[in-house]
Ligand binder design. Sequence first.
Ligand code: PRP
Length: 180
Amino acid sequence: MTHVHVPGVRELIPEHEIRARVLSLAERIDEDYSEVGELLLLGVLRGSYIFIADLSRALSIDRRVDFIALSSYEREEQRSGVRLIMDARVPIEGRHVLVVEDILDTGGTLTYLLDLLAARHPASIRSCVLVRKPEQKRQVEADYVGFEIPDTWVVGYGLDYDDRFRALPFIGTVDPDALD
Ligand code: PRP
């Protein structure tokens, strides 16, 4: 395996640990949805694109993949802070939906999305996040969590810093002062 060294990025979760964790999450999801006809994996762009690629291929149950794109903006009073940029193509009504996210931090994005989707009457709705930050006041929790991480900025495996480093094979912490 090639070792990737990137100035300003320190490895937190190596590639082999991510691979193993994705497989174990897929096993649990396979079991939990074994009685369900078909699962809709709904990836949240952009951060989830690598995670959902690997997770969807590790599953054995019938599944389809679709995407939704959200963007956060500066919070103003009484505003949710999240905007829908691109909607799913597949109708949500009557489907078993698993939202796939890269990171759960404040939970603002996931709360917005679960509310939006619940109004469309899915058969069921759950969420799966790759990494979760510590947060006491979070309003919403994920059903499946890959890794607990410290309260620091992480990049790689889909996660970015100013749109950089998404394609790194591992998850790392970034030191903005040490970047090229
Ligand atoms: C990131 C991430 C989640 C959200 C989590 O999105 O992908 O959607 O923040 O944070 P929260 O729990 O505090 O809401 P970002 O706006 O960075 O977009 P990206 O996925 O395109 O990188």
